[in-house]
Design a protein around this ligand. Sequence first.
Ligand code: BG6
Length: 475
Amino acid sequence: MSKVTIDIPADFILGAAASAWQTEGWHGKKAGQDSYLDAWYQHDRHVWHNGYGPAVATDFINRYREDVALMKACGLTHYRTSINWSRFLLDYETAEVDEEYARYYDNLLDEMEANGIEPMLCLEHYELPATLLEKYGGWGAKKVVDLFVRYAEKALARYAHRVKRWFVFNEPIVVQTRVYLDALRWPYQQCTATWMQWNHHKNLATARVVALFRAGGWPGSIGTILNPEVTWPRSGAPHDRYAAEMYDLFYNRVFLDPAIKGEYPPALLQLLAQHQVAWEYSDEDLALIAAHRVDEVGLNLYYPHRVKAPSRAWHTETPFHPTYYYEPFELPGRRMNPSRGWEIQPRIVADIACRMRDEYDNFPWFIAENGMGIENEARFRNAQGEIQDDYRIDFIAEHLYEALLARQAGINCRGYMLWAFTDNVSPMNAFKNRYGLIEIDLENQRQRRMKKSAHWFRQLRDSRQLTLTLDDQPR
Ligand code: BG6
């Protein structure tokens, strides 16, 4: 074991993230302002851990002043959240702004400014208005792309003079993968074409919002936040490597390439045609995507995804699904976070860093989310009541170290943001796994308490140095 210290560059982001729906709660929400998540929770509350969901969340909408003070206490340089599209407007067709909700954002931004926390805003973090799902089939319809652009126009007009970093989506692949590809979430459908249609319309929406942002001449930058799952083959055998390449095409490059390179990988288009996945796109759409690429990407990195070549034949009557080309692989002895069931392997950061340098021309990026959700954290409380989350400190340190090494090597990594600032509501898991630097005590009126990691994060910011102990395994 050896102790190492590495400098954190002065302009390197040390922040934390959250989203509107996972924190705000429904206080002040008007009839007709449900998001897709709200509708799912209303239909299927029983699948949410302990029946808890977005209804109160952390009550951030009422407690943001207290929370901004805590952001400062933790030493955050940046805080990222979303604007909840379903609440920002009173009418999604005319884009009439809900003044009450918009004023809350004015106040939140004032508070952050007064405390020296730089805001980052995302225009969509799964907050598709429920009525647009019912009426048009959500992102399956081009009409919804138009309505999103109208919403973006209003949000930018209101805040872009003061918010310098914008993001079109957070993890644009997630909702349709769970709903339409794997039928794991309400309204539980399986249709690969619908999945791809949503992917495409979100890529198109990204390009159109980038165009809008540039036309507005706003001072900041416009990016998007993606969740490429670093995908490793079981072995170096050609069939396993092919499985990993296929996974990468269908789940990672489907968003990375349009956002950064302005085009779909030709191999992906060819596979979708070969498997007769009937999605619609036009030359005009592709031209828009080519012409309007993002300024930077935030990457959400949690765990490596391991795959192997499929071990069974595809049933001829089974509709096409990307698992045609791969099967998940579980490496025996892998280091796990058992609460979330995700492997821990900080090498994913080095891996994606090299990829951004080599395959994406050293494009600017930062870790937009990375973190560790732990069940029943109260068991780690000390006599003074503070959660001693040393496992989180180690997790952050190991991943941040990889990011800083990449930066030292000339890779364009601009920062590290933790998921999450406070404990908050996860889809379905609700408050089961706690991610925050700040505890939300549900037993005591959602009282906020700094965890040990919050103090540690603060000294990271103050010293601009990371010290950690590494095992002496070859890296
Ligand atoms: C990311 C999302 O996928 O991971 C967050 O952007 C989410 O919204 C976070 O909460 C952690 O995952 P989970 O499923 O444990 O909430």
